[in-house]
Every structure is written in structure tokens, then in C-alpha cells.
Ligand binder design. Sequence first.
Ligand code: NAD
Ligand code: TYD
Length: 349
Amino acid sequence: MKKILVTGGAGFIGSHVVRLFVNKYADCHIVNLDVLTYAGNLENLKDVEGKSNYSFVKGDITDEIFIDQLFEKESFDAVIHLAAESHVDRSIMDPLSFVKTNVLGTAVLLNAARKYWKETSNKLFYHVSTDEVYGSLGESGFFTETTPYDPHSPYSASKASSDHLVKAYYDTYGLPVVISNCSNNYGSHQFPEKLLPLMINNIVHSKPLPVYGKGDNVRDWLWVEDHARAIDVILHQGKLGETYNIGGFNEWKNLDIVHLLCRIMDKKLNRAAGESAKLITFVKDRPGHDKRYAIDATKLNKELGWKPSLQFEEGLDRTIDWYLANGEWIDSVTSGAYKEYYSNQYVSR
Ligand code: NAD
Ligand code: TYD
């Protein structure tokens, strides 16, 4: 592949995908298309900015005219589509912007690919999605690629809709597509509204640690760079029209993970054992809060040979160290328009 369009490349996962591809494939040009919402920051890509196989285009995936012109002008061999509104709590407060970006934005991109990819051989539309489309698990079992969709939040419903559109373009127009559904990611450059960076930042500043409900919801955590590697493997070896689940086989109850963070950070911040845990504050539960997510990534392992590379304890340690060393990044991304929401978010519950 000579030219790849990455949408949402200035966000958390997108920036790791862009970095991996720019550094690994010197003969491939990576075009990062991002509208730079509160969650998109070009600071995330400072280290690749000057590279000759990287360029940035500011634009909105819901802008049909702009996207059509981009596809007409550039001859993309592949699209890796990550641009989205991605935070469940925000989707509860503002569902329509999730429908607009995640559903309409995906449709606009699919339609441009259908119109401008005259020759579809050696092209690929790769749609990056979430395990949240499958709904919620009980105490046991895993999501597989054949688990029926059962989304509960406006976020997961919008991602489910976009997945269905991608499949419809494969079935109806023969557009070459592949989809992956991944579990919760963690690592550097994640906007500090999501569980792990929010807790790390609040521990640093001795602010309350808002645990929803009883903290007994379970998530399956994956190192973001392992997700980026999985995307690389699926882009190059995945079968057209297929879905691949990506997960860490790494389930944690929220309260356990918050306690683990507190223990590690007490040591790193030279605090007395148990000091950070005193900040834990149980707050009103999230409406429609899915109880448990757990991915069965056997298909990706058996068919394409991918597996997670990093133990959770090691990944968490690296993640905490990154946030401790990058306080300025946190200050910068949480300033401006997002500030009010960020500082009020658990007070309002
Ligand atoms: P993020 O919120 O950190 O980044 C999203 C990026 O998309 C931002 O850079 C933002 O500016 C950009 N964007 C938003 N609306 C846009 C628009 N209209 N036009 C162009 N760009 C726009 O999200 P993330 O956590 O990196 O997630 C990336 C993708 O991966 C999403 O599709 C998400 O559903 C999926 N995903 C995320 C996780 C996770 O744990 N974070 C897990 C599985 C799947
Ligand atoms: P989050 O990072 O928002 O990811 P998702 O909801 O997409 O899985 O939340 C992860 C889990 O942590 C989820 O069960 C909700 C919970 N949570 C809290 O308990 N407190 C918080 O402040 C946040 C942001 C999340």
C-alpha cells in the first residue's frame, strides 16, 4: 500500500496507529485526517510531524463535499477509520453529536470510497470499532465475532450502526471492508476523561476518585500499542468482509483497578500506604451501565497469529510513568472548551 488515510489520527488510539505506520512503513504515505475536537491533539504526534511520509489534513468526516474532494484528489489505497466521538458519559449528555460523527461520518467515508475507488482490488476500508456493540455479559462467557449486537449506550448504539453500515457496503456494493471490535484500551495520550487517566490525574492532585455504583463492573484492558499492532496485522492479512475481535484476556473490576492504581501511586509519589485510596468516592451509577465486557480474541490469534505482547502490570507502570512525566500535556488538553465539563463531571452526578 502506497497511501493510507487514517481518520482520527490525532486522538488516543489513532496517534499510536499513525506512529506505528509512519515509523514501520517508510515507503507508505500516511495522511492523518482529523477535525481536532477536544479529544484530538496534534501534540500527540510531535515525534512524527516532520517525517516525509506523514501529512496532516484538518477536516470533518461528516462534511460530504470536503470528503468527496479529498478522495477525488488523493488516491488512497486504504482507509483506517478511527475518527469518532468515543466517551460513553458524553454520549449520555449529547447523543446527537455521536450519531452525527459516528453514523453519518462513517457513511460519508464509505460513500466516498464507493464513488472514487473505481477499481476496488487492492483497496481496503478498515473500520475500527468497539466490543461495546455486543452489550453486556453476565458473570461468565466472552464476546465472540458471532455474538449478536445489543448496544445500550448512545455511544455503543452509534458504533453498532456504523458497523452495520460498513457490512451493508460490503454486501451491497462489494466495497472491500474489514472490521475489528476491541476491548478497553489503556496507555499514553488517552484523554483524561476515561477511567485510567482520570484516576491517575486525580490521584496526583489528591482529588476525589469517582467510582460509579459499587465499582463492580468489569472491563477487559488492552495496551494501546497492542491494539495498533493488531490493526497492522488485520490490515495486511485480514479477510475481506470479516470481523476480528481484539482483547487482552485481562479482566478487572473497576474498584480493583482503582485500588491497584492507588497502591502503585502511593509508592511512586512517596505517600504513606493507603493514602491515595482514601480519595475513593462512590458516586451515582452511570445510566445503562454495562456490567461486564470480555473479549474472546481466539480468531485473531489462530488465523493471524496476533496476541497481546505486554503484561498488564508492566503496561500500567509505563502508563502511570508517562502521565507523571507529562503533566503539561494534561494541563494543555484539559484547558479551553473542555475545562468546564471536565471540572464538573462528577459533581453533577
Ligand atoms: P478519541 O476520542 O481519543 O479520538 C477520536 C479522534 O477522532 C479525535 O482525534 C477527534 O478529533 C477525531 N474526530 C472526532 N470527530 C471527528 C470528525 N467529525 N471528523 C474528523 N475527526 C474527528 O478516541 P479513541 O479512544 O482513540 O478511539 C478511536 C476509535 O477506536 C473510535 O472509533 C472508538 O470507537 C474505537 N475504540 C476505542 C476504544 C478505547 O478503549 N478507547 C476501544 C475500542 C474501540
Ligand atoms: P470508561 O473509561 O468511560 O470506558 P467505557 O465506559 O467505554 O468502558 O469507563 C471504564 C469503566 O469505569 C466503566 O465501567 C465506567 C467506570 N468509570 C468510573 O467508575 N468512574 C469514572 O470516573 C469513569 C470515567 C469511568
